[in-house]
Unconditional design. Structure first.
Length: 266
């Protein structure tokens, strides 16, 4: 009764079903792990931005790479802004997705090293082929608080480091690349300023990182596992349908064989 399963068509169909089951199980676990990683990522951000701020020198130094665990950590620093080596970072958006620039100003610390401070966003006021008017930072000794960030690279950010830009304009925030121009050792990474608030509201301080969403990875995982369960169920349904069709065909053949032949007219 089940010999049809040995036919070429049914062997191929069965092998395909057997191949799909582990593949879709693995895809489900892949999405599940992405869900777990997203939750861990959000928890890492929450812990970093809610922790008490520490002096920046405890987490970074010239030539040091800011790790993922240190990203978004709140830090404090005391020093004087170096407005002679101020930069704007091209093609950056604000919370309303308006295109402008970020204002990047070195803060010279007591030991002579510099910390790059992203003071926030300003409108570019036209094509970004010339420097916009940059609001002045506070003068004299200041204490700042901000979120520690790793140096930006093309590999990690996807932003091309264009050449031939106007003087004082950059594409990436990278202390190693700017150290020679600044003329002093620059701490690894930079900070996104969170305090004090700028006078007049400009530059606009950057928003805290959004860490509320977890995406649809868990829903995708469940979806793949439901597909996995549907494969053997579908295979059984097809087998039963084939059995039913074959039984109906045999009954029809038997009925035709038992029916007496029609009598020819005289």
């Amino acid at each position: 009764m089940y010999r049809f399963l040995l036919s070429r068509q049914w062997v191929i169909l069965t092998l395909l079903a057997l191949a799909l089951i582990p593949t879709m199980i693995e895809l489900g676990f892949w999405q599940f792990h992405r869900h777990e990683n997203r939750i861990a990522h959000n928890q890492r951000i929450e812990a970093a931005i809610t922790a008490a701020p520490v002096p920046v020198a405890e987490l970074t130094s010239p030539g040091r790479t800011v790790s993922d665990d240190e990203r978004y950590r709140r830090v404090t620093a005391e020093g004087t802004y170096d407005t002679e080596h101020q930069y704007v970072v091209r093609r950056r958006t604000n919370a309303d997705d308006q295109i402008g620039v970020h204002v990047l100003t070195p803060l010279v610390l007591d030991d002579g090293t510099a910390l790059l401070v992203n003071r926030g966003w300003i409108a570019s006021n036209g094509p970004q082929t010339r420097l916009p008017r940059i609001p002045e930072p506070p003068s004299g000794e200041v204490t700042v608080t901000g979120r520690l960030m790793p140096d930006e690279t093309t590999a990690k950010s996807g932003i091309k480091d264009l050449k031939g830009l106007p003087e004082g304009m950059v594409m990436l925030i990278n202390g190693t690349a700017l150290a020679e121009d600044i003329g002093r050792p620059v701490l690894g990474g930079f900070i996104e300023l969170s305090a004090p608030e700028p006078s007049g509201g400009t530059p606009q301080l950057l928003s805290s990182p959004d860490h509320s969403g977890i995406g649809a990875h868990m829903a995708y995982a469940v979806q793949w596992w439901l597909f996995t369960a549907a494969v053997p169920v579908g295979w059984v349904i097809l087998v039963r349908r084939e059995l039913r069709d074959r039984a109906a065909a045999r009954a029809q053949e038997q009925q035709a064989a038992e029916q007496p032949p029609a009598t020819a007219g005289v």
